[in-house]
Design a protein around this ligand. Structure first.
Ligand code: NAD
Length: 468
């Protein structure tokens, strides 16, 4: 399990050098990943450009290939999940969910249509609009759901007729490299390439002349850099960036009933979800009982190595992120926060942090205003719901948000006032392969998933025909 290779032009390729991948449950390097050089990247891009010329021609074959990919992922689910838990930290059953999710995404995407719109069909004139692939797509992914988020890009890019070069995060390159290996005999050589390296490699992909489209998932700061790197060549970009999702709980809910869903909306994947609940605004009338219920759950959660039986929350994925969560928690402490649960790291090995429920702070403190991306949730009371909506919207972020109430109509009306790409009522984090996902404001540009996500990997061609 320590030999990992890139997939370039259908072949296993090692790097001229390698870099260590750390298991966040131990803090120790457990595998080496190839470090793709600039010269190797040129080889990848040549292969992709070449392979795309024939790949674009046969839509039926592409559809079948995606179905075959789904089957291959399912057949290798056990080994993919093991690698994912080791490099990412999430509990093994959750890693398995991610792997199966990846297979489902291949399958559902295979069923999407690439429509031809007929604008005019007279006896002498025909005008139609077709969707064409860009050519070579560069995909850059983060470390929280490395496998699933790669497939969100690979499946629609390939169905549309593009070739793709996928560069995962240096913290979690292995599951993507393994995916590339597993799909070697299934996707034609050069069509799907998986490479690994540091952040610099992401920069090279973003500015490479062979790439016509960049699909990026990651932080706002890096998304802006990608946008700048892509601009001189007018590459198209889709940016799926960070969030600081608010959940607004109205005064008519039963705290005991909603607390488990709210808790896991915030603490799923150790809080490392772009669209997790990151600020919880609760009506004053039910504030105390709800905090109490959330605290009960937080203190009963089993935190530990994702490979151990019964673990519900794993470690934070990497040291810089671990330090960042600590920093935000310490800043909250300085501002008078009360830690109803947690507030400190856990154990002396790896990057574990106690599930932390924070009260006594409000907007204006970093833990509320910034994306913590970790297991520390501020719960803030509000008196008037208009005020909660205003605070939810007073941010550069706009990924998703939710409203919780027995009155579904009222909650739906309120959620529609949130400035974000996805609104949920009485749930959070329900993301589907058949609905668009994307952010407003600094949370992104463009959408993934469903026909909207597929459209992001195509450009229009209007064909005007008159009888000769
Ligand atoms: P990051 O921005 O640090 O890294 C993301 C990827 O970009 C990595 O592969 C990294 O190597 C690469 N990269 C770094 N510098 C680069 C550069 N200059 N040019 C090109 N690529 C570069 O993000 P992260 O810490 O890996 O992920 C966490 C962030 O991702 C959070 O903000 C989270 O909210 C966001 N995220 C968003 C979504 C979404 O769908 N909106 C989903 C998951 C995560």
């Amino acid at each position: 399990m320590s030999e990992f290779s890139m997939t370039i032009d259908g072949k296993a390729v090692t790097g001229e050098s390698t870099f260590g991948v750390v298991n966040p449950a131990t803090g120790e390097v457990f595998a080496q990943a190839p470090d793709c050089s600039r010269a190797q990247l040129d080889t990848v891009m040549d292969a992709a450009r070449q392979a795309q010329r024939s790949w674009r021609k046969d839509e039926a074959k592409r559809r079948q290939t995606l179905l075959d990919c789904a089957e291959a992922v399912k057949a290798h689910a056990g080994e993919l999940a093991q690698v994912l838990t080791r490099e990412q930290g999430k509990p093994l059953p959750k890693a398995m969910e991610e792997v199966i999710g990846a297979a489902v995404w291949f399958q559902v995407t295979a069923g999407l249509q690439i429509p031809v719109d007929v604008v005019s069909a007279g006896p002498d004139v025909r005008v139609e609009v077709r969707r064409k692939p860009y050519g070579v797509v560069g995909a850059i992914t983060p470390w929280n759901f490395p496998l699933l988020l790669a497939v969100w890009k690979i499946a629609p890019a390939l169905l549309a007729g593009n070739a793709i070069v996928v560069k995962p995060s240096p913290f979690t390159p292995l599951s993507t490299l393994e995916l590339g290996r597993i799909l070697r005999g299934i996707v034609p050589a050069g069509v799907l390439n998986t490479i690994s390296g540091g952040d610099q490699l992401g920069g090279w992909v973003s500015e490479h002349p062979a790439v016509r489209k960049i699909s990026f998932t990651g932080s706002v700061a890096t998304g802006k850099k990608v946008s700048i790197a892509a601009a001189p060549d007018l590459k198209r970009v889709t940016l799926e960036l960070g969030g600081n999702d608010a959940a607004i709980v109205l005064d008519d809910v039963d705290p005991k009933q909603v607390a488990p869903r709210l808790f896991w909306g915030a603490f799923e994947n150790c809080g490392q979800v772009c669209s997790a609940i990151k600020r919880l605004y609760v009506a004053e009338a039910i504030y105390e009982p709800l905090v109490e219920e959330m605290a009960k759950i937080a203190s009963g959660v089993k935190v530990g190595n994702g490979l151990d039986q019964g673990v519900q929350v794993g470690p934070i994925n990497n040291r810089p992120q671990f330090q960042r969560v600590r920093e935000l928690v310490e800043d909250a402490r300085k501002h008078g926060a009360k830690f109803v649960t947690g507030g400190a790291p856990l154990g002396d090995r790896g990057y574990f942090f106690q599930p932390t429920i924070v009260t006594g702070i409000a907007d204006g403190v970093r833990l509320v205003d910034e994306e913590q991306f970790g297991p520390a949730l501020p719960i803030v009371p509000y008196r008037r719901v208009e005020d909660a909506i205003e605070r939810a919207n007073a941010t550069h972020f706009g990924l998703s948000g939710s409203v919780w109430s027995r009155d579904v109509e009222r909650a739906t009306e309120i959620v529609s006032q949130l400035e974000c790409g996805t609104g949920w009522v009485n749930q959070h984090l329900a993301i589907r392969p058949d609905a668009p996902f994307g952010g407003c404001k600094w949370s992104g540009i463009g959408y993934e998933n469903g026909p909207w996500g597929l459209a992001a990997f195509t450009e229009l061609q209007t064909i005007n025909v008159v009888k000769g």
